[in-house]
Design a binder for this molecule. Structure first.
Ligand SMILES: *Cc1c(COP(=O)(O)O)cnc(C)c1O
Length: 342
């Protein structure tokens, strides 16, 4: 039986034996009472790593982003983000529902915002306008094909926020991919953001979880909001143990995923039915198929060969590499692509 190769997302990974051992032997308690030492250890570990005061373990990246947005806005405020942002497109309308805020969408280059794009969109103080209170960045940019911010780009946006009195939140679902790709330090990040959310269940390979980082005050408020959303978990240390294991053992290996994605992109660029491939920086490959071919036809042909992936538009296909995709699987995908009957 041929093995399936799942390139739909980096969320599909299964825990490694070492991770399962760590989960099995975790010391747990009731986290709603603050008594789960493994959850506490995960929160302290990430807060320290990013030089932030405090952290909160959440069930999903969507919940940690939505909690942050609620902490940083009041009803009737406005949030500024890129038009492709996960917080706007893929969180079910949560900004309106949870925070009663409006959203101003910008058109960044592959989702990367700049002070020049943001500044004209900040509303002046006038009762006709919603009050701009929060900027949300994404790093890496999912819809931007895994593109990374540089720290100097982030610093420039941070400086604008400081002048204008705005909060700055980072949707860092794949922040560790960005850190590994750019070589920048986690400790540099805390200084620039009021909130950072980080997914443990993407490239890091944990089965569940996201961590929200912020100031002590902000995280106290975030803990209340997590509770009201139904996200107060009990012996969550079994899950937090997977996160600690991932941080200790599965960060450096992200470089392999990036090399695999680059190998796929290189091969795709020589493939007849491919029109263009977005430059690869991390673990996401976005490519457009030639004009006359619907992307869904290519996805179906790949599926017949045991390769699973998704379209992101009528012309665009996304491949995501992760720890359950080996070098030999990448070789097989490249081989199948070169022989595809399209
Ligand atoms: C996956 C992802 C999230 C969070 O998703 P969950 O499935 O809720 O954990 C947030 N932002 C980005 C950019 C993502 O890719």
């Amino acid at each position: 039986m041929e093995q399936k190769i799942d390139l739909r997302s980096d969320t599909v990974t299964k825990p490694t034996p070492g991770m399962l051992d760590a989960m099995w032997s975790a010391k747990v308690g009731d986290d709603v009472y603050g008594e789960d030492e493994t959850v506490n250890a995960l929160e302290h570990k990430l807060a320290a790593l990013f030089h932030m005061e405090a952290a909160l373990f959440c069930p999903s990246g969507t919940m940690s982003n939505q909690i942050a947005i609620k902490c940083f806005t009041q009803p009737m405020d406005e949030v500024i983000c890129d038009q492709t942002a996960h917080v706007y497109r893929y969180e079910g309308g949560g900004i309106a529902y949870n925070s009663m805020a409006s959203v101003r969408l910008l058109n960044g280059d592959r989702g990367i915002l700049t002070p020049e794009l943001i500044e004209p969109e900040i509303n002046e103080d006038n009762i006709h306008y919603p009050r701009t209170s929060l900027i949300v960045l994404e790093n890496t940019v999912n819809k931007g094909g895994g593109k990374c911010y540089t720290l100097s780009q982030i610093e420039a946006i941070h400086n604008l926020c400081a002048i204008k009195g705005l909060k700055l939140h980072l949707d860092g679902a794949r922040l560790f991919n960005a850190l590994v790709a750019t070589g920048e330090k986690a400790s540099a990040y805390g200084h620039y953001f009021d909130g950072i959310s980080i997914c443990l269940s993407k490239g890091l390979g944990a089965p569940v979880g996201s961590v929200l980082l912020g100031s002590k005050n902000m995280i106290n408020q975030a803990r209340r909001i997590r509770k009201v959303l139904g996200g107060g978990m009990r012996q969550a240390g079994f899950l937090a143990a997977a996160g600690i294991y991932a941080l200790d053992h599965q960060v450096d290996r992200l470089a392999q995923d990036h090399a695999h994605a680059k190998a796929l992109a290189y091969a795709l660029a020589q493939t007849s039915f491919v029109e263009s491939v977005m430059p690869v920086e991390t673990n996401i490959v976005l490519f457009d198929v030639a004009k006359h071919i619907p992307a869904i036809d290519v996805v179906r042909q790949l599926a017949k060969n045991g390769i699973m992936c998704n379209t992101t538009s009528a012309k665009t296909i996304r491949l995501v590499t992760h720890m359950d995709v080996s070098q030999s699987m990448i070789d097989q995908v490249i081989e199948v692509m070169s022989k595809l009957d399209i």
